[in-house]
Design a protein around this ligand. Structure first.
Ligand SMILES: [Zn+2]
Length: 401
């Protein structure tokens, strides 16, 4: 890390980079922002640091739109995964593991953030458990990790009632307290199958969001028509509260299993209400089609869901690796489709999450990743190990040549 460059209030000039479509690119970063794309002749002057990108492709810092920083096994001895495929049993098993192993949410969050950063991720949205057993300890741990990574990774915390809100007395009050402590987003989960009352669950979640002026992000694994009904209820509440563009349906498996006519109408409703979808490209489950969501005008983004998680052990923490699973799942193989897919972990994701001042344009935050690859399609199929990560105009990971 001694080779990292921090211009400390000066300018960082990145020369000899390339745009995502391969054109030559010079960037100047100042005051934490991209200040120009013009080559500069004052490189080497006091206060001006220079980085030769060696032809690397510049992308805005990658976005992890959905993970669980508080529960992973990164850096811990191997734990045998003996969970069943039944979600309710997995949730009980997960609570038991956390209790028995004494998993430290803050430490695990730091480990996962370090992994994400090394792969070029500079923005993470993490759901963090709130339940009567863990109380607010996981929220406090991840808030501490967020502070430790301030200036390297931006972390959005979703107060997540993993075990339900209505079936456990006291969870609503804990959610309220989590928001006061510093959670950024109101979470929810399966209003029908976990809380068994979709209207009451969603009224509670959206009520909290409205009172605190926060966005909503709901885990929706509900199947078929039950899932469609929940999405309609979410769209209704989004419109009624003027929350267009601030509501996410995470997973929304039902969108991969509805009859065509029902799907078309529902996607139209979601597009008009500004309800976006996060997909992890899950194997073995129905999943929304990225192409259909885009064509309907529904915002879409990609998250890992977990990295060495309690439910599922897969994942390296690399958003490019995760993106490849999504493109494969969606039957994409043409280079132009693979290259456009990077929007799902950059600009489209920023729009779906409401990340401000994001992108590769003058005035955007100077958060970048430089990838050594011939083209973005190649980077997706052969993810480069060599990545230079820039946050707020300073190099925060990777070693420049
Ligand atoms: Zn999740």
């Amino acid at each position: 890390m001694s080779d990292l460059i921090d211009p400390k209030g000066g300018a960082l000039v990145i020369a000899n980079a390339r745009t995502p479509n391969g054109m030559p690119l010079d960037l100047c970063l100042e005051g934490g922002l991209i200040s120009s794309f013009a080559p500069r002749d004052d490189q080497g002057s006091p206060g001006v640091e220079r980085l030769d990108a060696g032809g690397r492709i510049a992308l805005p810092g990658l976005i992890e739109a959905h993970t669980h920083l508080d529960k992973n096994f990164i850096g811990l001895p191997w734990v045998r995964n003996e969970t069943t495929s039944v979600r309710a049993e997995r949730i009980v098993n997960e609570r038991r593991l956390k209790r028995e192993l004494g998993v430290d949410a803050g430490l695990q969050a730091e480990r996962q953030l370090a992994l994400a950063l090394a792969h070029g991720t500079t923005h993470v949205r993490s759901h963090v458990d709130v339940d009567p057993e863990v109380g607010l300890e996981s929220i406090k741990g991840v808030i501490a990790a967020r502070e430790a990574f301030r200036g390297r990774v931006d972390v959005e915390i979703v107060a997540f009632p993993q075990s339900g809100c209505l079936v456990w007395p006291g969870v609503a009050a804990l959610m309220e307290e989590a928001l006061r402590l510093g959670a950024d987003v109101v979470g929810g989960i399966d209003p029908g199958t976990i809380d068994r009352d979709p209207v009451a669950h969603l009224d509670l979640v959206f009520g909290l969001a409205a009172r605190h002026g926060k966005p909503v992000d709901i885990h929706l694994h509900e199947p078929d028509e039950l899932g469609a009904f929940c999405l309609e209820l979410m769209a209704e509440r989004t419109r009624a509260l003027g929350m267009q563009g601030r509501v996410m349906a995470s997973h929304a498996y039902c969108l991969g299993a509805l009859p065509e006519k029902r799907l078309a109408t529902l996607l139209d409703t979601m597009a008009q209400a500004g309800v976006a979808v996060m997909t992890a490209g899950p194997p073995g489950m129905p999943a929304p089609s990225v192409q259909r969501l885009r064509a309907a005008g529904v915002g879409v983004c990609v998250g890992t869901d977990a990295v060495r998680g309690f439910f599922v052990p897969y994942g390296s923490g690399d958003m490019i690796e995760r993106l490849a699973r999504v493109t494969e799942r969606n039957g994409m193989s043409r280079d132009e489709d693979l290259e456009a897919a990077f929007g799902l972990i950059t600009t489209e994701s920023a729009a779906a999450l409401g990340v401000p001042d994001y992108g590769l344009h003058v005035g955007a935050k100077a958060d970048l990743v430089l990838l050594e690859a011939e083209t973005l399609a190649q980077a997706l199929i052969e993810p480069p190990r060599d990545r230079i990560v820039i946050k707020g105009g300073a190099i925060v990971a990777g070693t420049p040549a």
